[in-house]
Ligand binder design. Structure first.
Ligand code: NAD
Length: 361
């Protein structure tokens, strides 16, 4: 199969779809094209890719024209849709429910889109979403603490206890993969962490791992979220329902109970955001203030650590890319039902039930 990797063009997005190590593995049996400088910002020079078995092409248009399987990181931006057609298979994060207008335009290209975020595993986990969620969860505490600093328009607090000054509170709403990393970082920074989730099983599992010191486990509903966020300096929103637009678990009205200068990190923004007042922001201009609360809503948080993120993403995606390349997409989807759950669109039609319901709602 002919595999092509375009350079990512989203704001501050230096991740790359294939690392040189992945190219070495794939180029034994397949042709791999990499767009010029696609990995240059993270030290993967054109020469390293050539030495790994790839051929470098000058432009995005060359890559899309010459390749059957396009391996990317982020969903195509509107200016990338022009290159896509029914002759391409696109393997990347798509987050169709997060931006319905973009989604409609992408679907109308006729491209076959397999989305990392809806590929499943036997244990119910999401193996291609999980590495980036782990990274976003860790980053949420780093940026949260940064924007709590007074010069950054925050409340002006450190999360941990100092002398006889008590620890501050952090609330994590949605305690899956991203939320669990946020909990770990919150505890290690010395904060008291409130963990909120709709799944009692999930809360029980977490209590088993983290114990009861400096942490509270709370079944999530409007009242419990309002109560937790009213006491918190930092709120992390990390809910996810596969393929669907994120539920708005924090409404505009609920912001009134939050302290001015407190910080809200909406990790779920790539699925439309779990806070009613959220709107997508970029690494160049990551925050805005609404009702006194600092909102951080960057849709590509792992783009802040593109080397780590590209390595982690490739560890997860390479076996699936090899399967698609070796067997062809239709046979690969027949043999691997978890990969088949990644199929979001083909021939101008949405192929995933939850995504379809989200786009029609
Ligand atoms: N912004 C970014 O750059 C970035 C990067 C990576 C992941 N993400 C996003 O982070 C989100 C979380 O991903 P994940 O892998 O941790 O998902 P996950 O499936 O592991 O966890 C989601 C959790 O949300 C809980 N939940 C669902 N509905 C809820 C509700 N109404 N109230 C409370 N809890 C609820 C679930 O029970 C689950 O525990 C996803 O939307 C993902 O796309 C964003």
């Amino acid at each position: 199969m002919i595999i092509g990797v375009p350079k990512e063009i989203k704001n501050n997005e230096c991740r790359v779809g294939l690392t040189p190590k992945s190219v070495s593995a794939l180029s034994k049996n397949h042709k791999v094209y990499i767009e010029k400088d696609a990995g240059a910002a993270i030290g993967f020079s054109n020469q390293i890719y050539i030495d790994s078995g790839a051929e470098i092409l000058d432009t995005a248009s060359d890559i899309y024209d010459s390749s059957e399987l396009i391996v990317k990181v982020k969903e195509p931006l509107p200016e990338e849709n022009q290159f896509l057609s029914s002759k391409n298979v696109l393997f990347t994060y798509l987050h169709l429910a997060g931006n319905k207008e973009n989604a409609k335009n992408l679907i109308s290209t006729g491209v076959t889109g397999v989305a990392y975020e809806t590929v499943t595993a036997d244990d119910g986990s999401l193996p291609l979403l999980s590495p980036m969620s782990k990274i976003a969860g860790q980053i949420s505490l780093v940026v949260g603490q940064y924007f709590l600093l007074k010069p950054n328009k925050g409340l002006g607090t450190l999360l941990g206890a100092i002398e006889n000054v008590s620890a501050r509170e952090v609330s994590v709403v949605g305690a899956g993969v991203a939320g669990t990393e946020a909990i770990k970082k919150g505890l290690s920074s010395g904060a008291h962490v409130n963990v909120l989730d709709i799944s009692q099983n999930k809360l029980d599992e977490l209590q088993h791992s983290f114990g009861t010191e400096n942490i509270s486990y709370i079944l999530s509903n409007t009242d419990s979220i309002s109560n937790a966020i009213s006491k918190s300096d930092l709120v992390i929103g990390s809910v996810y329902v596969v393929g669907k637009e994120a539920p708005k678990v924090i409404t505009k009205d609920m912001l009134k109970v939050m302290k001015p200068g407190s910080v809200l990190v909406d990790i779920s923004i790539d699925q439309g955001g779990c806070v009613e007042t959220s709107r997508p922001t970029t690494h160049d201009d990551p925050v805005f203030i609404e009702d006194g609360v600092v909102h951080y809503c960057v849709t590509n948080m792992p783009g802040a650590v593109p080397l780590t993120a590209s390595l982690a993403l490739n560890q997860a995606t390479l076996p699936y890319i090899e399967k698609i390349a070796d067997l062809g997409l239709s046979q690969a989807l027949k043999e691997d039902l978890h990969l088949a759950n990644g199929l979001n669109m083909a021939d101008g039609i949405v192929k995933h039930d939850s995504v379809s319901a989200a786009l029609n709602s």
